[in-house]
Structure formats: structure tokens, C-alpha cells
Design a protein around this ligand. Structure first.
Ligand code: PLP
Length: 247
């Protein structure tokens, strides 16, 4: 078995155990493999293993890598062992002038955090005649983070997005603070889940509002325990010995 296969198996075992601890079904959880700096050969290996949700945080890299992967899928289109297509998730900060490039390549944008960005997405999507699925990025950590709508403004922004055309609000995304303390991380995930539940309860965004994107290599088990439906995992798949365990 390849080292990547080994590491992915290990991650999925951990996801399964974390789910069992809190009585959740693993099928409710989608794992986005974050490719970032991974070599293309490694990304192909991930696809060969059947993983078709891939994440990128930089527009330039998304363009480059998605093109290479598209070529690979085209070349392998008669190979029954290779999936026909993949979904790209844009998970990083997005500038308004790059929106069009991202919409042409990705099925999900996790990092919507301002009204102006949402409007830009809606406008571009209308011209492209698509309805992209987006998540509202909420800053649930007490540390000042550069991106994400503040907790107190999240519900109002969610409400505004749901009134726009050609944009489908499907959930919330958050990043844990850069803390090594598990309780601090957990508290930020709990806060995200509470806002998520509030928006669901108010019925603002309809049935398709069902995703809570949180949990990365260092904290995905906590995220599973706290209700994540999408995990975004990079270094635990692609790089050995780089994981600092939270304490
Ligand atoms: C890089 C990144 C991830 C994955 O982080 P790892 O620690 O490598 O698993 C997840 N989400 C976002 C927004 C990222 O930029």
C-alpha cells in the first residue's frame, strides 16, 4: 500500500472512531483532501484511491492543478478504476477580482465572508448561468483572525446572502484558532455549531443549508465530535511527521 493510502486509511479510522464516540454516522461526513503544495503525482494517487473532493486555498494554484487533473481524468477516461470527475472546493481567502476564475473551476466556495464578495459571486454566477454553493466563513476564535465574518454579524450576513440570485448558501465554515489547547479549539467549533443551528432553526436558508465545514489535520477528530459535516485535511495526507498533536 502507498504511504498516502496508509495515511488516508488511518485518518478514516480516526474519523470513524470519533463518530462512534458521539453516535454519528460516518456517511454524514465528507472529507475534502486539501492539495495545496502536494505534488501532482500525489494528488493523482488520492484520486486513484477514490477521493473526489479536493480543496485549494489559492486561486493561482487551483487553476494550475485543476487543469492538470482535468488532463489526467481525460487521459484515464476509459479506466474504470479512476473516477470520472472531481469536485474542487475553494477554501482560502478570495479576492473579488478572482471570483470569475474560481467559479469556473470549483463547485463549492467555503470562504465567503463579506457582503461585497457574496454580491460579486452572485453577479458573476448570473453571467455564467450557474448557481455556486457557498459557505459563510465565520471567525469563531477569540484570537483576531484576518478572515471570517465576526460571530455577531454572521446571521445577518447569512440572511442577506439568501436573498441573492445565483448563489446557494449551503453552510458555515470556520477555522480553529492556532492554539495547541484542545479546549480552545473545541470552544470555537461549538460556537460555529451554535450559529449553524440558529440559522437552520430560523429556516433562513432552506433545506440545502446543511454543511458545517470545520476540522483540519490537527483537529478533525474534535470537529467530528462537535458536528462537522465537511473536514478539510491536507498535511495529514501528504506530509509525514508534520503533525503536531493537540494536547
Ligand atoms: C491548508 C488549509 C486546510 C488544511 O490544513 P492541514 O492542516 O494541512 O490539514 C484546511 N482549511 C484551510 C482553509 C486551509 O487553508
Amino acid at each position: 500500500m502507498s504511504e498516502i493510502a496508509d495515511r488516508i486509511n488511518n485518518i478514516f479510522d480516526n474519523i470513524s472512531s470519533a463518530s462512534q464516540r458521539v453516535g454519528r454516522q460516518v456517511q454524514e461526513i465528507t472529507t475534502v483532501i486539501v492539495t495545496k503544495t502536494a505534488p501532482v503525482e500525489s494528488i493523482k494517487e488520492v484520486i486513484r484511491l477514490g477521493h473526489t473532493n479536493l480543496g485549494e486555498n489559492r486561486v493561482q494554484h487551483l487553476k494550475q492543478v485543476s487543469a492538470e487533473i482535468e488532463e489526467f481524468l481525460e487521459a484515464e477516461k476509459d479506466n474504470p478504476e479512476i473516477p470520472d470527475s472531481v469536485n474542487w472546493h475553494m477554501i482560502g481567502h478570495l479576492q473579488r477580482n478572482k471570483v470569475r476564475q474560481v467559479l469556473k473551476r470549483s463547485s463549492f466556495v467555503h470562504s465567503v465572508d463579506t457582503l461585497r464578495l457574496a454580491e460579486e459571486i452572485s453577479e458573476n454566477a448570473r453571467k455564467l448561468d450557474i448557481v455556486p454553493r457557498v459557505l459563510l466563513q465565520v471567525n469563531c476564535s477569540e484570537e483576531p483572525q484576518k478572515y471570517g465574518v465576526p460571530v455577531g454579524a454572521a446571521i445577518h450576513l447569512a440572511e442577506q446572502i439568501t436573498t441573492m440570485d445565483n448563489i446557494k448558501l449551503v453552510g458555515l465554515m470556520t477555522m480553529a484558532p492556532l492554539a495547541l489547547n484542545k479546549d480552545i479549539v473545541r470552544a470555537s467549533f461549538v460556537r460555529a455549531r451554535e450559529i449553524f443551528e440558529d440559522i437552520k432553526k430560523e429556516g433562513l436558508a432552506g433545506k440545502s443549508f446543511k454543511h458545517l465545514s470545520m476540522g483540519m489535520s490537527q483537529d478533525y477528530e474534535i470537529a467530528v465530535e462537535e458536528g462537522a459535516t465537511i473536514l478539510r485535511i491536507g498535511s495529514a495526507v501528504f506530509a509525514e511527521n508534520k503533525i503536531t498533536r493537540r494536547i
